[in-house]
Design a protein around this ligand. Structure first.
Ligand SMILES: Cc1cc2nc3c(=O)[nH]c(=O)nc-3n(C[C@H](O)[C@H](O)[C@H](O)COP(=O)(O)OP(=O)(O)OC[C@H]3O[C@@H](n4cnc5c(N)ncnc54)[C@H](O)[C@@H]3O)c2cc1C
Length: 434
């Protein structure tokens, strides 16, 4: 028995603005399906959706409610890149053929998400307005150029911006140049999660909320996933619990360091102010290790966030001051603005900053390690997991399997890793690169 995610959906901008949820009934009794999916975030729901398309019967178990994890709490930026790994890193790690396949998956990930939203008519405030990565120091403009060239040579719809062009795009001269990808954009993430769950149900799949998986057993080709009031029996399994999962599968949750990230949404901006800040409404996240990121939402708010060295209750005041100060420095017209919503979520960081896909026994699969950039990626990885569940060979999917290697001294890494990394990022962000 293991301790699943518990609690209830915390207040957030997205909880306040997403369309009313249609509850999904808890699992009662024993059910048989082809594919059991554990976790009702983007990964689990996309896996179930694409598995239905491949003809599998499927049921999703969600411990609390759809979007309870990172999927319902993030900044909603749909970004077709990995967070700290460029195409050359991916190819160096996975080889030319597999690496380029992964690069192509990431390149197309934003379009896959927005196309799915349009096709399924999901009301999630989706705006495919593009994504911009501004360089926060002159030396980092060279990195922007390299990223632009690397993705552009692979067919991504990229643009490079000099300082003046970028200042016009952002409504701020705080950055030195940068690049962007027109296929990116932003969504209301909780609305997207709820919409994906509805799409799974409409496609004939089952979604069960308040149905934590509390144990897993594999016997003669069949998985049994037990919940407090029922069980799923299935020939295939996908674990999609990300940083909210406990050790349902031995060691899996210890392959990542869970990191808390804070989100803050301003009071509604007047139309005249809004028009001066990122008037093209792109999603923006800059080159800082301690990311500077922001976007508009559909209700007229500006949604940003930040990290903290501490994950204790009681940091909200200092967080508001720090994030508000940063926002006011970038956009003086926002100096002193208040925040109507403050919330946090947990994401999984791997020690090599690559996402990992794992085989669990003969017919179980999982991916983990979004490293903070998983809205678009989770949907695409869900499609890969569905293909694996439908019998696709490992060589045909985007990422090779990684052995499950728990991080040594995980308890220590979990406690000390995030504050130490943040301290390191702040130092590195302050230094120029050559
Ligand atoms: C604050 C924050 C901001 C972010 N901003 C961005 C961004 O702007 N752009 C971007 O690309 N990425 C962003 N990310 C990352 C992105 O949100 C994640 O990569 C993505 O949502 C992961 O989706 P998932 O389905 O894999 O995991 P999750 O959404 O975390 O889903 C896991 C689910 O599993 C459930 N679960 C756990 N244990 C059990 C169990 N035993 N039984 C049943 N269910 C269980 C949980 O309740 C949860 O709903 C952000 C993350 C956070 C936390």
């Amino acid at each position: 028995m293991t301790r699943p995610a518990d609690g209830q959906m915390p207040p957030s901008l997205w909880a306040a603005t997403a369309p009313q949820r249609a509850p999904h009934r808890a699992l009662e009794g024993t059910r048989e399906v082809d594919l059991a999916v554990v976790g009702g975030g983007f990964t689990g729901l996309a896996t179930a959706f694409f598995a239905r398309r491949l003809g599998l019967s499927v049921a999703v178990l969600e411990a609390v409610e759809v979007g309870f994890g990172a999927s319902g709490r993030n900044n909603g930026q749909v970004i077709p890149t990995l967070s700290r790994r460029d195409p050359a890193d991916i190819v160096a790690r996975f080889g030319a053929e597999r690496g380029e396949r992964m690069v192509a998956l990431v390149r197309d990930s934003a379009s896959l998400l927005f196309d799915l939203v349009r096709e399924q008519g999901i009301a999630c405030e989706a705006e495919q307005a593009g994504w911009i990565q501004p360089a926060h120091s002159p030396g980092r403009v060279a990195i922007s150029r390299r990223r632009h060239d690397a993705w552009g040579s692979r067919g991504a719809p990229v643009e490079f911006y000099d300082r003046d062009r970028l200042a016009a795009l952002l409504g701020s001269g705080s950055w030195h140049g940068g690049w962007g990808n027109r296929s990116g954009g932003h969504v209301n993430p909780l609305a997207l999660a709820r919409g994906l769950a509805a799409a799974v149900a409409a496609a004939g799949g089952d979604v069960h909320e308040n149905s934590p998986a509390i144990s897993l057993a594999h016997d003669r080709g069949n998985w049994t996933v037990a919940t407090p009031r029922g069980a799923l029996r299935a020939s295939r399994l996908v674990l999609a619990t990300a940083a909210y999962g406990a050790d349902l599968w031995p060691g899996l949750s210890r392959t990542i360091v869970p990191v808390n990230s804070w989100q803050l949404a301003t009071a509604r901006l007047g139309e005249n102010v809004r028009a001066t800040i990122v008037p093209g409404r792109q999603a923006v996240s800059d080159t800082r290790g301690e990311l500077g990121f922001f976007r508009h939402d559909a209700s007229g708010r500006f949604v940003t966030g930040g990290a903290s060295m501490l994950s204790l209750a009681g940091i909200e005041g200092s967080l508001r001051a720090r994030v508000g100060g940063r926002l006011g420095a970038w956009f003086p017209q926002l100096a002193g603005i208040g925040f109507d919503h403050v919330w946090s979520g947990r994401l999984g960081v791997t020690t090599d900053f690559f996402p990992h896909i794992h085989r669990l026994g003969e017919s179980g699969f999982a991916w983990i390690g979004c490293n903070g950039r998983g809205v678009a990626l989770a949907v695409s990885m869900g499609r890969e997991l569905a293909r694996l569940a439908a019998g696709e060979r490992e060589e045909q999917v985007a990422l090779p399997f990684t052995p499950i290697q728990p991080i040594p001294w995980h308890g220590f890494a979990r406690r000390m890793g995030p504050p130490l990394a943040l301290w390191g990022y702040r130092r590195a962000d302050g230094r120029e690169v050559g």
